[in-house]
Design a protein around this ligand. Structure first.
Ligand code: AMP
Ligand code: MG
Length: 415
């Protein structure tokens, strides 16, 4: 690692320790030719550093949206200005979208019920409503009042009463979010409504950061937020495909699969990712709008990873799958020509059981784990090196579902 990289990592670790309560440290699994990663998966680069990689790639991280944004680009393409501007794009969105910032447009809209908004806020709201319709409301950006109720419940350590839940649920109809252009205005048709982009904002922010990199002439990059949302540009150096690793939903020191993909967005969701503890009982952070309660923690889908052309779509769909029954969820993604999913279910003996849509196929094994490939990226399928672990070295490997069970407090980035 360069002296700059070391200094940067030190700053990250210090700011993280200042910002977050202590967590259990977790050892990542060593892999043959992969250097031993540091112990804490959040306060460290979230990807293993393959030997020689640091000469060829530059990675920078910034604490944003309650998690780390991480941008990796080939060293030859790297400019400080381009990557700084990409981080700035994420920062700007967090200031607009965060429900933890009273001055954000999303917070002011919730307070006023009607607001002239920035073009990005109008855009993400329109996109989120389309995703809500596409998922039959499993993904619902109008769940703000219910999410706030659970946050308050955690703060006061008393679960919400059925009456409180019923009241909050009355104001969660995404069809009652009214959009107007020129001038750009969002208005709620119902009092008490509030938007929450926790399930799509990270992906959307990475898409915007990727646009900045492209405009700066960088067309190969891996952008990540919180280890659960990724946007991949182009392909890695001398490799046709990006190499992703899917974590075990409840044991962050274990992996369940590798996945080779091309450019696009990827996101992983799981109920175990972030949890609230109220009076000693654990509640998942993903809400089923039909009940206002966390989707059943015994949900048949343990973790859901979605690939889509952009990260915002992948992020919204991954969250939706956690709410949906597994077969219906896979069917939904199957009907979307441009999206694919790889889900992990819990077998009766407690072991992980993987299922994918038809666009993701299993191509052998790697380090005793199944290796999946996105078929529409034909370059990954061909001479991909499947089954030859020595070839899976030299490009960044992302571990999806990074922050699952990391002990993070419940938070709703980008907030
Ligand atoms: P993710 O980590 O992308 O799955 O997003 C989960 C976050 O989105 C939660 O922490 C909430 O802030 C918010 N959220 C919870 N349930 C839903 C839902 N059914 N639809 C949309 N957003 C949700
Ligand atoms: Mg999501």
């Amino acid at each position: 690692m360069t002296p700059f990289g070391k200094a940067w990592l030190a700053i990250c670790v210090v700011s993280l320790i200042a910002a977050l309560p202590p967590r259990d440290s977790v050892a990542l699994p060593p892999r043959g030719s992969v250097a031993s990663p540091p112990k804490d998966p959040v306060a460290s680069p979230i990807r293993d550093t393959a030997e020689g990689q640091s000469d060829r790639y530059r990675t920078r991280m910034r604490l944003q949206m309650g998690s780390f944004t991480e941008i990796t680009v080939p060293a030859a393409d790297y400019t400080h200005r381009a990557v700084s501007r990409a981080f700035d794009a994420v920062e700007a969105l967090d200031r607009l979208l965060s429900t933890y910032r009273p001055e954000s447009e999303v917070s002011r809209l919730a307070a006023a019920g009607r607001l002239a908004v920035s073009p990005e806020v109008l855009e993400i709201t329109a996109l989120a409503i389309r995703m809500a319709r596409a998922t039959g409301g499993a993904f619902n950006p109008a769940l703000g009042p219910v999410i706030q109720l659970w946050r308050d419940a955690e703060a006061r350590q008393v679960p919400p009463s059925p009456a409180e839940l019923a009241r909050a649920r009355r104001s969660t109809d995404y069809e009652r979010v009214l959009l107007q252009t020129e001038p750009d205005i969002i208005a709620f048709a119902e009092p008490g409504m509030a938007l929450n982009f926790g399930a799509i904002g990270k992906g959307y922010a990475l898409d915007k950061a990727a646009e900045v990199l492209l405009a700066e002439g960088i067309d190969s990059a891996m952008l990540a937020s919180g280890g659960s949302s990724h946007r991949l540009l182009g392909h890695p150096l001398e490799r046709p495909c990006w190499e992703m690793a899917i974590r075990h939903p409840e044991a962050p020191d274990r992996l369940v699969a590798f996945l080779l993909v091309g450019a696009g967005g990827m996101a992983t969701s799981a109920q175990s990712g972030k949890q609230r503890v109220i009076q000693g009982r654990t509640y998942g952070h993903i809400i089923d709008a039909r009940t206002g309660r966390p989707a059943d923690p015994e949900t048949p889908i343990w973790s859901a990873t979605v690939w889509a052309p952009d990260a915002a779509t992948a992020d919204a769909l991954a969250t939706a799958l956690i709410v949906m029954e597994a077969a219906r969820g896979l069917e939904l993604i199957e009907t979307r020509a441009e999206s694919e999913a790889l889900i992990v279910r819990r077998a009766p003996d407690g072991s992980p059981f993987l299922q994918s849509t038809s666009g993701i196929v299993r191509r052998g094994e790697l380090d005793d784990l199944p290796l999946y490939v996105l078929v529409q990226e034909t370059r990954c399928l061909g001479d991909s090196g499947a089954g030859d672990s020595s070839r899976l070295v030299g490009s960044p490997i992302a571990r999806l579902g990074q922050n699952l069970r990391s002990g993070r407090p419940a938070s709703d980035p980008p907030s």
